[in-house]
Design a protein around this ligand. Structure first.
Ligand code: MG
Length: 376
């Protein structure tokens, strides 16, 4: 039995520089300071603060388990202090994801997104973090399916005897707040039937079927469903374990060899092609996008992120690589094609996903001016 360690990734948009472009340094500094203090107090063992576009990402490694009040409070108070600074600087959308005033034990349902995973450390524990900006919650459905269920992507499903038993997927229905577990390969077609509807059904957890080893955990916050109106993009995060009876790091990254479409982008109302980028390029420009995804690689050892001589976490910026140039090029080509269509479907989301925007108001405004086609 390995040591029990918890990886928590909690994220929030508290305001950004020049519209929805990027989290500026003074805001990240507040998060760094809070995390450093929590580490000195022994609440967390190690941390890494980064941003993807306008979202602050707090990666924390600790011994407190999932949904722990102290850890969630630390994140909540960090975001509040950062939001106050953002308000002082008059940054755009200051405090936008903090949808409630009072902390209620966890950040769930308050606005910030959270992915957490308590693991028993294996002899070597490689972890991949995915984080997206300008994308709705289901953006990881397609790549996660490929990683853990598609033998054309993941050679291990065919070659590694430890993976031959398949994987179990927890799918959350974010409209009804319900969940179901489906097993692959036996229920693969049913799984695809559900998760193909990315605005509603989201892969929230994955386990190895033969021993229920936890493999992946994603954030499933839907800001629209919390607020009852459009307030921002969900911009989800995911934690994925790699190697030794699980998909190899290279099999986890292979789905990002090509761009694909995600809901989100400008005003959360458009289909946009995802662009895998380095941390350096994790900032949104064209039509507030295109949606960006970063992938970070790290090792967990003895309850911490493996670090250098000064104990600074060793982080691999995995999309900082010419191997993803093709996906970036495809993304730009799809961007040009979709934006040429302006506000015509399918570039714009269908009206059922636009209910919290001005489109519903326009239809309501003209309710009485619509007459039956048979009338003169
Ligand atoms: Mg964002």
């Amino acid at each position: 039995m390995g040591r029990k360690t918890t990886v928590s990734l909690i994220k929030c948009d508290v305001g950004s520089l020049a519209g929805h472009h990027v989290v500026p340094k003074p805001i990240l500094n507040i998060a760094e300071k809070r995390m450093e203090k929590a580490k000195k107090k022994g609440l967390i063992n190690s941390f890494y603060v980064f941003n993807v576009g306008d979202d602050i990402e707090l990666l924390m490694v600790h011994d407190k388990g999932e949904l722990n009040e102290e850890i969630h409070r630390l994140a909540w108070e960090t975001f509040q202090e950062a939001a106050n600074k953002a308000k002082k600087l008059k940054l755009y959308g200051a405090g936008q994801d903090l949808l409630k005033d009072a902390f209620t034990g966890t950040v769930s349902g308050l606005g910030p997104g959270v992915a957490e995973m308590e693991i028993e450390e294996r002899e070597s524990e490689p972890i991949i973090i995915l984080a997206a900006d300008k994308a709705a919650t289901g953006v990881f459905n397609l790549p996660l399916f490929k990683m853990f269920a598609d033998p054309m992507n993941t050679a291990g499903l065919v070659i590694d005897p430890a993976m031959i038993g398949g994987f179990k997927f927890e799918v959350t229905d974010i409209a009804e707040n319900k969940k179901i577990v489906l097993k692959c390969p036996e229920e693969m077609y049913e799984l695809v039937a559900l998760i193909g509807e990315v605005k509603r059904y989201v892969i929230s957890r994955i386990w190895r079927a033969e021993d229920n080893l936890i493999c992946a955990s994603t954030s499933i916050t839907s800001l629209t469903h919390i607020a009852g109106r459009y307030v921002g993009k969900d911009d989800p995060v995911a934690i994925i374990r790699a190697q030794h009876g699980l998909p190899a790091v290279g099999e986890i990254l292979t789905p990002f060899m090509h761009s694909y479409l995600a809901a989100g982008w400008m005003r959360g109302s458009h289909w946009g092609p995802v662009m895998p980028v380095s941390l350096r390029d994790a900032k949104c420009t064209i039509f507030d996008g295109p949606p960006r995804i970063v992938a970070l690689g790290l090792q967990i050892a003895d309850g911490k992120i493996s670090g250098d001589e000064e104990n600074k976490p060793l982080i691999a910026d995995l999309f900082d690589d010419p191997a993803f140039e093709l996906a970036r090029r495809e993304c730009l080509e799809y961007t040009v094609m979709l934006r040429r269509m302006g506000e015509f479907e399918p570039a714009r989301l269908s009206s059922e996903h636009m209910e919290y925007t001005a489109i519903a108001q326009i239809i309501g405004k003209f309710k009485d001016r619509f007459t039956l086609k048979s009338e003169k």
